[in-house]
Ligand binder design. Sequence first.
Ligand code: CA
Length: 640
Amino acid sequence: MIPKVYSSEEFEEKYTYSGELGFEWSPEKTAFRLWAPTAEKAKIRLFKSGNPNAEDCFEEIEMDSDLFGTWTAEKEGNLNGVYYTFSVTVEGEEREAADPYAKAAGTNGKRSMVINLAETNPEDWEEDEGVFYGKSITDAVIYELHIRDLSSDKSSGIINKGKFLGAAEEGTKTPDGIPTGIDHIKELGVTHVHLLPSFDYGSVDESALDKPQFNWGYDPENFNIPEGSYSTDPENGAVRIREMKQMIKTFHKNGIGVVMDMVYNHVFHTEEFCLNVLVPGYFSRTDENGNYSAGSGCGNDTASERSMVKKFIVDSVKYWADEYHIDGFRFDLSGLLDIATMNEITEAVHPTHPNVIFYCEGWVMPTHVTKPVVELANQYNSEKMPGCSFFSDTIRDYLIGPAFKSEEKGFVTGKTGRKELFEECFKGMPFWCKNPTKCINYVSCHDGYTLFDRIGIACPEADFEEKIRRSNLAAAVYMLSQGVPFFQAGEEMLRRKTNPDGTAEHNSYKSPDSVNSLKWSDLSKPEYKKVFEYYKGLIRFRKAHGALRLESAGEVYSHVSVAETGAEDVFAFHIWGGAKEETAEAIFVAFNPTKEEKEIRLPVGKWKLCINGETAGTEVLSEEEKTFIIPPLCAAAMIK
Ligand code: CA
């Protein structure tokens, strides 16, 4: 039973601390500060190693009660590399846990570590400043990647398989000499890689990395520390930090931003999460009976409306931006967090990091909020969060069918029509969204089937070539739409997630590497290589045309209009230049989702075709005037 008092005004007035928490290191001494207002006593325990099972505690230091429910202690000497935990007494019971504000930790994140962070910096880290300054989020093209997937297949040619360092290996190739890893990503032309959880999560045992293990990592252990299993030595707390920074620096050197997928909405183990141990149940919401409850079904829901949870989340995001030069944040199930927290995050980060982008998985979720009025950060409230964008399940479901009904078809798999919905999506403003800068357009991410698997399920009768045309059509729609294109790594090479029994996996969160890995050797096959070239071309075309990346509703209304082609089922748009450094006078795009070729009317003028069903780019493929025969299952884009 958790006291309801945590969310009362009296408690918040008395116990909201706005200063620094955790430790402050110097060569001469280390100062500690813990927020634990319900504790009767508090102490620090110091350890020699980061192994949570080693009995090597060499000192206990009593902490002094200080302002606003905090406890402090100082220890003389250079503590760099010393491991520690906090132990508090609450209602006579001793409770020990890691530091919620820990910046380094040993194996499985159970012991925090004092660290001189300067020693973890790679060479020239001070000159590294991230990417994407002066850009709009609509200029981004985002690539969603799991650290292990990039390198775990043998054909990657990457040495540090499954590691941060593997994602930083340049010059890697398949046995056939085709670039893999970061070189592939750079060639593709995306602006950001979005890393699935790379903070310290709990579902992979870092002490048993010789055993095959895989998890997406949506189960936070330490929010402010890199995941240990992605490092070459999880026991030494400095190694994972140094290696993650090295990776980030390498992405930046290649002009690619790094987005972190942050999971503030819940924790791995409700009762074992450090803040819930040290201040019993403070971090997580409880129901009317005072019991932990997850209205969301995620095990527990974070009580972001409580002042010190909010501070914790804001401090955490700011820390990643400051210390790791992170260029963007994706918030898992933000519909469980509150709007005020999201706004405090963007207001805290943007003044010093104006390049950082923020976007949210803003589904509406049931949850038991702990204050009378808490507005939740879901997509329907997007206008109340000026700094955040939101995933569009509207365009996803429109193009491939509803997420949880895999047998249902979408626009690219045979369900034509619903023109108005197409128009809303193409303009980057589906019904819940009033501005293209707030709309993340996608058809595939880690959740659900890969695009190619989904097409295979929806169109079992289709041959390989037809499935590729459908896949390319989906990509062309979201890449040419207003808003922000986003895709799962490998979509550009027809990624599938195939179980050993041959079925497609839709929830591969703990499937083996053989299911999840990117299969680089596929790029040796001409059909796959051609799809990769198609994605490259779509991205090149998008980057070359500012009119596809407009930044306000007003611009979209005045520059993008529906074009009548005379062919039912073919949807087309006329996009006028004159906005955002657009060099073309106009762009014309058309989408034929049917299996028949269609003759369509073109707007007045001579048009240069740059994109069709199998080729995309900025090179002119043909000149067209008055009419155009658009092939079956085909996107076409022309400029004049
Ligand atoms: Ca971990």
